[in-house]
Structures are given as structure tokens and as C-alpha cells.
Design a protein around this ligand. Structure first.
Ligand SMILES: [Fe+2]
Ligand SMILES: [Fe+2]
Length: 327
């Protein structure tokens, strides 16, 4: 007979072997409690970011300059809602409860990405968000398609395809504006100046100051460090900026012949800390809007719950009734 301790050790050994072989951990598999907790936290934070992330651009749907731009923006913002839903579902496979996760968000007990606490001042911001923010999301999320937790990794495959459309629509919008008037070009440059540093901060604090990273890397939830992902984003974005004809607002940005990559300046980490703590330009507004939307949706949740209960009662009656009773 195995003792509980020996059983636990055996489970742990099997889990470690799964990770070492680069195989997937699935919902019914045994997993260490800390692995489960870390995943729930990361997936919930990711889901919240998708949902809150609908707000900055959503604000421009009614003011899009043409029917075509409106349709594109509408599709993009709807995609983000879908991303949130896949991710809440992935968190539920770990035993989390979606209503509880939503409560944690609206009570301020769980975070979302700091980037969505910045305002969208002009329509050029819509383009720059697509180019930078969705571009940064791609850098972050493509490696997550190989994350060790199966449902999260599989959700990422579809999400990344849609993020790639988001990035292209943003870049194409900016190319169009850059072919326009001087005023339009100035709008694009202004949006680039405002979004560049907050976008670099999307990858999180520097590795030296990122307490959860080491465990996530060992468990292969995360595949690359914050600093490495940030560098990849810079390497990807600089040539795109040159093609577009805008200047990235970093005097230290230059090509490093030796490393074959770009060197760049240091973001203002105190700003990131401030925004994370709730003191960004739009934190209060984003949270207020999310709470309002949640309250406005109460009747939908009640109706869906009542409908599900009615369906369950019907099914139960049908199961009880004798064959052919015509219930
Ligand atoms: Fe998304
Ligand atoms: Fe996106």
C-alpha cells in the first residue's frame, strides 16, 4: 500500500516528467497547487485585460471616420471580447469560477494590463494601439501557444491569429494617415510619442525585479523573460517605424552591430508602478465603466440562469416520463 506522501511524490514525479518532456498538462491531470494558482492568476489577469482593453478603442467606434474604419474597429473590439471569454473558460478548467474572477476584477483585487489605463486622444491612437499594443501582445502570446497548460496554449493559437489581424489593421490605418495631410502625420507622431514607453512597459518589470517569472519559466508556463520579450518587440518594431516614417521617442535607440539587435533606453519604472497601483490617467474611469457594464448586465445573467434552470427541469421531467408519454 502507498502512503499519502508516497502517492504525492509519485504525482509530482509524473508532473515533472510531463514538463521535462515538453508535453501538455491537461485539466484532469494532477498538478501542484502553486502551478494551478499561478495559472489561474495569469489567465484571469489576461482575460481581464482583454475585456478592459475593449474600452480605449471602443470609445472611437461611434466616431470612426468612415464606414470601413467603423466595421474594422467593431470587428477588432468584438474579437477582444471573444479573447476574454476563451480565457475565462480556460481558467474555469482549473476550477476557477468566472463570477468570482469578475468580482475580483471589479473589486480591484485582481489586475489587468497597465496599458489600458492610458487615454485614446485621437483616431491615430486606434492605429498605434493596433501596431504597438497588439504587436506587443503577439510577442507575449506567440510563445504562450507552447505553454505547458493545454487549454491555455490552445486558446492562444486562435487568439494570436486574431491579434495578427489587429496589428495589421493598426499599421495599415497609420500608413493611410501618413499618406494624408501634415496634420494627420503630426497626429500619428504624437500618438507614437505617447504610446511607445507604456507599450514597452507591457512586458512587465525588468527581470531583476520580476518575482513570479522564475517559477513560471521553470513550469514552462512562460517561455521567455520579460526583458527578452521586450527586446524582441523593439527589434520587430524599429524597421516598421522606419518604413512608416515616424520617430520612436528614444534618443538611446540604436542598432548594435555586435549583438545584431537594437539597444534602447530604460522605461520609467516608477510610472509603471504608479499605474499598476491605480494611479494611471484612466484607471478610475476604466473601473467605473466596467462596474457599470456589470450592473447593466445583471438582468441578462438572471435571465440566462432562469432559462438554464427551466431547461434542466424539463430534461429531468423528460427523463422521468415513460417512453412515448409525449411530455
Ligand atoms: Fe486580444
Ligand atoms: Fe488584440
Amino acid at each position: 500500500m502507498t502512503t499519502p506522501d508516497a502517492a504525492e511524490e509519485e504525482h509530482q514525479a509524473r508532473f515533472d516528467a510531463t514538463i521535462a518532456r515538453d508535453q501538455r498538462v491537461e485539466p484532469r491531470d494532477w498538478m501542484p497547487e502553486a502551478y494551478r494558482r499561478t495559472l489561474v492568476r495569469q489567465i484571469a489577469q489576461h482575460a481581464h485585460s482583454e475585456i478592459i482593453g475593449m474600452q480605449p478603442e471602443g470609445a472611437w467606434i461611434t466616431r470612426a471616420p468612415s464606414l470601413r474604419r467603423k466595421a474594422i474597429l467593431f470587428a477588432k473590439v468584438q474579437d477582444e471580447a471573444g479573447h476574454g471569454l476563451y480565457l475565462y473558460s480556460a481558467a474555469e478548467t482549473l476550477g476557477a469560477d468566472r463570477a468570482d474572477l469578475t468580482a475580483r476584477l471589479i473589486e480591484g483585487r485582481q489586475k489587468y494590463s497597465s496599458i489600458f489605463n492610458y487615454p485614446t486622444v485621437t483616431f491615430a491612437d486606434v492605429g498605434v494601439i493596433g501596431w504597438f499594443v497588439d504587436g506587443a501582445a503577439i510577442c507575449n502570446q506567440v510563445p504562450l501557444c507552447r505553454s505547458s497548460y493545454g487549454p491555455y496554449a490552445r486558446a492562444m493559437v486562435r487568439i494570436c491569429k486574431e491579434e495578427s489581424f489587429h496589428q495589421r489593421q493598426g499599421y495599415e490605418l497609420l500608413l493611410t494617415m501618413m499618406r494624408g495631410t501634415d496634420a494627420q502625420r503630426a497626429m500619428v507622431q504624437d500618438a507614437v510619442d505617447r504610446w511607445w514607453w507604456p507599450s514597452l512597459m507591457m512586458f512587465g518589470p525588468p527581470d531583476s525585479d520580476s518575482p513570479n517569472s522564475a517559477a513560471s519559466m521553470a513550469w514552462k508556463i512562460k517561455r521567455h523573460s520579460n526583458d527578452e520579450l521586450r527586446r524582441r518587440f523593439v527589434d520587430m518594431t524599429v524597421p516598421q517605424a522606419e518604413k512608416l516614417g515616424v520617430t520612436l521617442p528614444d534618443p538611446e535607440l540604436r542598432w548594435n552591430e555586435e549583438s545584431g539587435r537594437y539597444d534602447f533606453g530604460t522605461p520609467d519604472w516608477s510610472e509603471l508602478q504608479r499605474v499598476i497601483k491605480g494611479d494611471g490617467p484612466c484607471n478610475a474611469e476604466r473601473m467605473a465603466r466596467r462596474r457599470e457594464a456589470h450592473a447593466e448586465g445583471a438582468w441578462v445573467r438572471e435571465a440566462a440562469t432562469a432559462h438554464a434552470a427551466k431547461q434542466a427541469r424539463r430534461r429531468a421531467r423528460r427523463a422521468e416520463a415513460p417512453e412515448g408519454a409525449g411530455v
